[in-house]
Design a protein around this ligand. Structure first.
Ligand SMILES: Nc1ncnc2c1ncn2[C@@H]1O[C@H](COP(=O)(O)OP(=O)(O)OP(=O)(O)O)[C@@H](O)[C@H]1O
Ligand SMILES: [Mg+2]
Length: 241
């Protein structure tokens, strides 16, 4: 049985899709990965994976049985992408589909839209592991805490925190960096999984490219992917991020 992850945030624009796309790339180096874009009408994974001009059908077509999986899925190396729905989603049908997909793929990653999305969350299979993405600011941490409360209330798996767009110099000038990192984890009330650097190379994703293995953000993502695969990878010293 494969693993199922969902990138979520509460607050929009914190980097859910960026992290989801790069994690899929990292995990697909050794495994088959299915990516599901859940951001109705605002999907971005097709652009980030360079297949936007090939999309004809999408998740809503597949779940409503108007189109088959083969007609909907885009293949990008070891990644299969189900493009974002343009119409209503039947969340019960999505839930059934995800159960079956987890039997065929080693990793299934679902990229959520911004917001609390209680309807979608409540229909996710119980084995779904939520990756809560935050930026280092109080508003996104508060939104993450609300999301985490909802997951606990809904009896879902304990979420893990990914701090995105981390910039040591910026934080250093507010208080101390360590204090700020503690603040972020405390305010989000979620266990830390990893930190992703602020990195202008991620803009390549919007230009049909992909950050190099050695780019700061992708190095962080590779570490997070390894941790998700139960490898013991220590946190990088904050100054080096
Ligand atoms: N680590 C990073 N370094 C620099 N820029 C980043 C980083 N992560 C994300 N960004 C930028 O932040 C913006 C928002 O990213 P993204 O679309 O992934 O967020 P999102 O949470 O999926 O947004 P939405 O809530 O609208 O779905 C993009 O311009 C992206 O390039
Ligand atoms: Mg997004």
């Amino acid at each position: 049985m494969g693993r199922l992850f969902a990138t979520v945030s509460g607050k929009g624009g914190v980097g859910k899709s960026t992290v989801c796309c790069m994690l899929a790339r990292a995990l697909s180096q050794n495994a088959r990965v299915l990516l599901v874009d859940l951001d109705r009408g605002l999907g971005s994974l097709d652009i980030m994976l360079g297949v936007s001009d090939k999309i004809v059908f999408d998740l809503s077509d597949m779940l409503s049985l108007k189109k088959s999986e083969d007609e909907v899925i885009q293949h990008i190396d070891n990644i299969d992408l189900i493009p974002a729905p343009t119409g209503e989603i039947d969340f019960k049908a999505l839930r059934e589909y995800l159960f079956k997909a987890a039997e065929r793929y080693e990793f299934v990653l679902v990229d959520f839209p911004a917001g609390l999305n209680t309807a979608a969350v409540s229909q996710m299979p119980r084995f779904c592991e939520f990756l809560l993405i935050v930026c280092p600011n109080a508003i996104s941490c508060r939104a993450a805490a609300s999301f985490a409360d909802m997951l606990v209330g809904g009896d879902m798996c304990e979420p893990r925190l990914i701090i995105n767009r981390f910039n040591y110099k910026t934080l250093k000038h507010s208080k101390t960096a360590t204090k700020n990192l503690d603040d972020i984890v405390n305010e989000s009330r979620v266990r830390l999984l990893g930190i992703v650097s602020e990195d202008k190379n991620v803009e390549l994703l919007y230009k049909g490219g992909f950050p190099k293995q050695k780019s700061p953000a992708y190095r962080c993502i590779n570490k997070i992917a390894a941790r998700l695969c139960f490898e013991d990878v220590p946190l990088t010293a904050l100054k080096k991020l």
